[in-house]
Design a binder for this molecule. Structure first.
Ligand code: IPM
Ligand code: MG
Length: 363
């Protein structure tokens, strides 16, 4: 059966890295019989340029109709002056919210070939394999009321609301426990329950859901300590579950442990497993258009899509193997080259395609 994928390249390095993922899709099509239809659509600054909206109605419709969404990156300096509702980031946030993509899976996996690129000592990160499960459609990112208002004294104040309803906590907790069951059955829930009532509720509910998963060893950690532990002894973690904003911050930290944020994919899933797949790095306007970006996070996001939404774990496995092989062969983009020889964005994409073709010949 043919799958349909919405392809939202976005801004900055988005189009460059998506072009490499499309090469991989074309190779899966020609060499491995993968039947797929791609539906490109504008988002972020590109959406604003095209339709005056960072999430044009037509784009949302395409995303709703497709089996999965491949997302590049959004944001650029030229859009920073726009009113908040029109900024590229709003397009991404509305997409997550409109499609109820509440479960954000952010794996931090250290490729042994890249151990030297990590900012931590080798022995601390060797074999690192963490999954951060970030709540993505609630919390302070979406809570009401929010805004900037003028107080009685005439001073302005900014305010946001950190709110989680029980059902939001329960469903992300279940997702995290389910994932922990498929891994090493260790789950650490990260909160700030020593200060925040919302965290108190979070902790209570995660603990209660945990009763349904007796095999999973559940622990709780305050977010400040978790940030410290991630750079002190990251291998103590298997799965981490946390709120939207804490997850945003901790996943960037975890990414750096693996050597480069340019390597890390992500999946954002709804309750039925339909999802959007994107590299966790941003649009990197400073290097856009120069062939410097690492396309592997996007290519690995495609692998996650094949695994979680398109029920093709066989193809996902092939991509994972091909990426490992190109790293073994010494291909490095600048972010992971450690000062040594580096290849361009498209050379890296070509190398993955070549590795896939080699795997095809071996099969
Ligand atoms: C991320 C990004 C986004 C977020 C921004 C671009 C809105 O940092 O996906 O981690 O904060 O969620
Ligand atoms: Mg982030």
């Amino acid at each position: 059966m043919s799958s349909t994928i919405a392809v939202l390249a976005g801004d900055g390095i988005g189009p460059e890295i998506i072009a490499e993922a499309i090469k991989v899709i074309d190779c899966l099509r020609s060499d491995f019989g993968f039947e797929v239809e791609l539906k490109p659509a504008a988002v972020g600054g590109a959406g604003y340029d095209q339709a005056g909206d960072p999430l044009p109605e037509a784009t949302l419709e395409i995303c709703k109709a497709c089996d999965a969404i491949l997302f590049g990156a959004i944001g650029g300096l030229e859009y920073d002056g726009l009113e908040r509702e029109l900024r590229p980031e709003k397009g991404l946030l509305r997409l997550r919210s409109s499609l109820s993509l509440f479960a954000n899976l952010r794996p931090a996996l250290l490729y042994p070939q890249l151990a030297d690129a990590s900012s931590l000592k080798n022995e601390l990160v060797a074999g690192l394999d963490i999954m951060i499960v970030r709540e993505l459609t609630g919390g302070i990112y979406f809570g009401q009321p929010r805004g900037i208002r003028v107080t009685e004294s005439g001073e302005r104040e900014g305010f946001n609301t950190l709110v989680y309803a029980e059902h939001e906590i329960e469903r992300i907790a279940r997702s995290a426990f389910d994932i922990a069951m498929l891994r090493n059955q260790k789950l650490c829930s990260v909160d700030k329950a020593n200060v925040l009532e919302v965290s108190e509720l979070w902790r209570e509910l995660v603990t209660r859901i945990g009763k349904d998963y007796p095999e999973v060893e559940l622990s709780h950690m305050y977010v400040d300590n978790a940030a410290m532990q991630l750079v002190r002894a990251p291998k103590q973690f298997d799965v981490i579950v946390t709120t939207n904003m804490f997850g945003d911050i901790l996943s960037d930290t975890a990414a750096m442990l693996t050597g480069s944020i340019g390597m890390l994919p992500s999946a954002s899933l709804d309750i039925n497993g339909k999802g959007m797949y994107e590299p966790i790095h941003g649009s990197a306007p400073d290097i856009a258009g120069r062939g410097l970006a690492n396309p592997l996070a996007t290519i690995l996001s495609l692998a996650m899509m094949l695994r979680y939404s398109l029920q093709r774990p066989d193809l996902a496995e092939l991509i994972d193997t091909a990426v490992g092989n190109v790293l073994n062969q010494g291909f490095r983009t600048a972010d992971i080259a450690d000062g040594g020889h580096s290849v361009s964005t498209s050379e890296m994409g070509d190398a993955v395609v070549a590795a896939l073709s080699t795997l095809k010949q071996l099969s």
